[in-house]
Design a binder for this molecule. Structure first.
Ligand code: SF4
Length: 324
């Protein structure tokens, strides 16, 4: 049954890559980047996705936009599976799904003026007359906190924060419903980070946007997200409302992540949970629970049986035998 409150429904999504063992070898290994994940993104919310680098966050983002083909599984956007629609439907859908990357400089063609860069999505989707497009670009540049005179400049003439504003302008000019922010503020100074986060929050209200906010930094994710999904080795291990997750983390990995956040008050001491051992290779995942090689609470069942990702109440999902 389709829940009308959901903009996106992800069902049993899997993405494995074949990777050559070495340059001359024909033998391929299977890199399990995303491993059977299922979750919803509600209309108008910001869902944060957090986890260490290489845990599958960005691959999940690309799968949701159909920039990668999944190994198996479904992504429903407003009830339609984005992997089985026609090219024409996909082209229309692309207007509604945008992405903002970490490195704005790499996302912007250095030879194009800002006016042309912001106008480009309208041109690609054949939207508006020449006059309409000029008017729209002039409106959008102001909405993202820049001025009309900036339109005549090139990307290298801007700071990192200003370039990210330009990328945001390109993302919202098509009036999308959904935007993925993939480490969108990670490369910026802390003061600029909060300006861009505030801009994204304002735009969410004004344009009725739904966000998926991907970051390795859980304290940044906390500031923007209504709910947070914690990823580890291609799986979601915990998903809950932001306040609930911070007050009542249930998965040992989430507990370790939260214990590492510095507290700005020197009088409050928190015991940091140091995880022993390295993250296993996604080409050679451990049996049972993926986290058992580092988990301080593991017991026998953890090394043989994979825990099920299930609702522990009030939409707090967790994948751990301690709660199964
Ligand atoms: Fe730790 Fe076992 Fe829970 Fe995995 S299932 S997180 S190993 S307690």
């Amino acid at each position: 049954m389709i829940d009308n409150n959901n903009l996106i429904t992800i069902k049993n999504l899997v993405k494995h890559f074949d990777v050559k063992t070495n340059l001359f070898s024909r033998v391929k290994n299977n890199l399990k980047a995303v491993n059977n994940i299922s979750f919803d993104i509600k209309k108008g919310e910001t869902l944060g996705i957090v986890g260490e680098s290489g845990c599958g966050k960005s691959t999940t983002g690309k799968l949701l936009l159909n920039l990668l083909e999944p190994t198996s599984g479904e992504v429903l956007f407003e009830g339609k599976n984005i992997y089985s629609i026609s090219n024409e439907e996909l082209r229309k859908l692309r207007k509604n799904m945008q992405i903002i990357f970490q490195d704005p400089f790499a996302s912007l063609n250095p030879r194009m003026k800002i006016f042309d860069l912001i106008k480009e999505p309208l041109k690609i989707h054949k939207i508006g007359t020449k006059e309409n497009r000029i008017k729209k670009v002039k409106e959008i540049i102001k909405i993202v906190g820049l001025d009309e005179y900036h339109l005549n400049k090139y990307p290298h003439e801007f700071s990192g924060g200003q370039r990210q504003r330009i990328c945001i302008a390109r993302a919202i000019i098509l009036n999308p419903k959904f935007i993925i922010c993939d480490e969108a503020v990670s490369a910026l100074d802390v003061s600029i980070q909060s300006q861009i986060i505030n801009l994204l929050k304002d735009l969410q209200k004004d344009f009725n946007l739904t966000y998926m906010f991907i970051s390795h930094d859980i304290s940044v994710v906390k500031h923007v997200s209504n709910r947070i999904a914690v990823m580890y080795l291609g799986q979601i291990v915990e998903l809950a409302e932001t306040n609930d997750l911070f007050k009542n983390p249930k998965h040992p990995y989430t507990k370790a992540l939260l214990s590492a956040i510095p507290i700005p008050n020197p009088e409050i001491k928190r015991k940091k949970i140091i995880l022993k051992g390295d993250v296993p290779s996604p080409m050679n995942l451990p049996k049972g629970c993926n986290f058992h090689t580092r988990c301080p609470y593991k017991n026998e069942i953890c090394t043989t049986k994979e825990p099920i990702f299930k609702n522990a109440g009030n939409g707090h999902f967790i994948s751990c035998h301690l709660n199964n």
